[in-house]
Design a binder for this molecule. Structure first.
Ligand code: FAD
Length: 385
């Protein structure tokens, strides 16, 4: 019996159990979707059936209103089954969690959307990356434009890395508003003028459906104008911790695989399984060190975010650090797991090489390592003033 010390009570244990059950189902399809680069509609049907898509929806709208800490627990478990599906659904769950806390949407629109999540399994994502701007976190101006028209807005542009795009009927896009020289966030419903170009053919996270999304004179009624980007109520972006939770889940799967292998593999040059050999134990020790360090930081920051709302804005450097440490340690863990397993870890018939590719993507999800370093440095420098 393995005890996860980060699971603190019965409610969390029950959430984790639900995620574990789903992870088993997802893991059976992960190889297929990875090879095909296909979008896992079957996984999302199962997540919907299990009520997973409404976990972060407020209770008053029929959801489970889980905390940030709980969100990380379930996402980490789900990712042990399939990283792509976990990352993709993580954007949806994380964003709903974020909107719930920051009240950034006009309330009638948020209420309506939440009911759609609960009743129909609707999902959302935020598309802000573009070829011309790169990561939106670096402050580039969108080339997607919003022009005011009768009763609302007309939006034209192209978004890259549009995770979940094959399944979404609505999404948020950022667009430049020339008349006021500002960036606005718009709630767009799938309609004529919205199309997907299937550009997502990547090394890892191949089943996230992160294609290019094209918008050609797409109409958004005035009610769909969420707000100007500068007016966003900031909460330190705690919700982005769904990202490190996902990559730690992938690393955990690799760890468990390597441990099972080390316990059972006994080449005829040895009288004991390789788990008893000292250099393998060194590597296992390093795996444990990486995971314990990353998980301790991740869950302690999440707990502070949950329990001290007044500190949320100031927690941004810690939140970023938790992401940086987790994603880099996750890469290290999968690498070590492959060293433990040896040459057969390269085999396409084993999951290790997929985890090795998937885990690499964590470096390119926000906040990127260089931004985290900048945040930490800026705070340290300003501390003395
Ligand atoms: C699996 C996956 C899923 C994703 N899902 C989504 C999604 O759902 N929605 C979404 O909007 N995005 C999504 N993204 C995109 C992601 O958020 C980034 O926009 C994307 O990875 C590009 O980031 P980048 O840092 O590599 O690109 P860039 O910002 O273009 O950076 C490329 C290089 O240039 C350097 N650089 C760029 N600008 C500057 C600057 N101003 N100063 C100094 N150096 C600079 C960077 O350090 C880096 O080395 C996803 C990405 C991945 C990998």
């Amino acid at each position: 019996m393995v005890i996860d010390y980060f699971v603190r009570n019965e409610n969390e244990a029950s959430l984790v159990k639900r995620a574990d059950e789903l992870a088993i189902i997802l893991s059976q399809r992960a190889e297929k979707h990875d090879i095909e680069g296909s979008f896992p509609f079957d996984n999302f049907a199962d997540l919907k059936k299990a009520g997973y898509l409404k976990l972060t929806v407020p209770k008053k709208y029929g959801g489970e209103e889980i905390s940030l800490y709980e969100l990380l627990l379930v996402q980490e478990r789900l990712a042990r089954g399939d990283g792509s599906t976990a990352l993709a659904v993580g954007w949806h769950l994380g964003l709903v969690h974020h909107y719930r806390h920051t009240l950034t949407w006009p309330e009638p629109l948020f209420a309506q959307f939440c009911h759609k999540v609960v009743q129909d399994g609707a999902m959302i994502n935020h598309f802000s990356s573009e070829r011309g701007t790169g990561s939106p976190t670096r402050g580039g101006k969108p080339e997607t434009v919003a022009i005011r028209v009768d009763g609302g807005w007309s939006i034209t542009g192209r978004k890259t890395f549009s995770t979940l795009s094959p399944i979404l009927d609505q999404f948020i896009v950022s667009a430049y508003i020339e008349e006021s020289d500002e960036v606005g966030l718009f709630y767009v419903q799938k309609q004529e003028g919205v199309s997907i170009e299937e550009t997502w053919n990547t090394l890892g996270m191949r089943a996230t459906g992160s294609h290019d999304l094209l918008l050609h004179q797409v109409f958004v009624p005035q009610e769909g104008f969420i707000r100007k980007k500068t007016e966003q109520k900031r909460d330190g972006d705690g919700w982005l911790l769904h990202i490190p939770a996902c990559y730690l889940g992938i690393a955990f799967a690799a760890r468990d695989y390597a441990l099972a292998f080390a316990r059972s593999y006994q080449p005829n040059s040895l009288t004991v399984p390789i788990a008893e050999v000292s250099h393998i134990q060194q590597q296992i020790g390093l795996v444990e060190e990486s995971l314990m360090t990353a998980r301790t930081l991740l869950y302690s920051v999440a707990d502070r975010w949950d329990s001290q709302p007044e500190l949320r804005l100031t927690l941004q450097p810690e939140l970023g650090l938790a992401k940086k440490v987790a994603t880099n340690q996750a890469i290290q863990v999968v690498d070590l797991a492959m060293r433990i397993v040896g040459g057969s870890s390269l085999s396409k018939s084993l999951p290790l090489e997929r985890w090795y590719r998937d885990v690499r993507a964590g470096l390119h999800n926000p906040p990127m390592d260089d931004s985290v370093m900048k945040l930490l440095a800026r705070r340290a420098i300003e501390e003395d003033r």
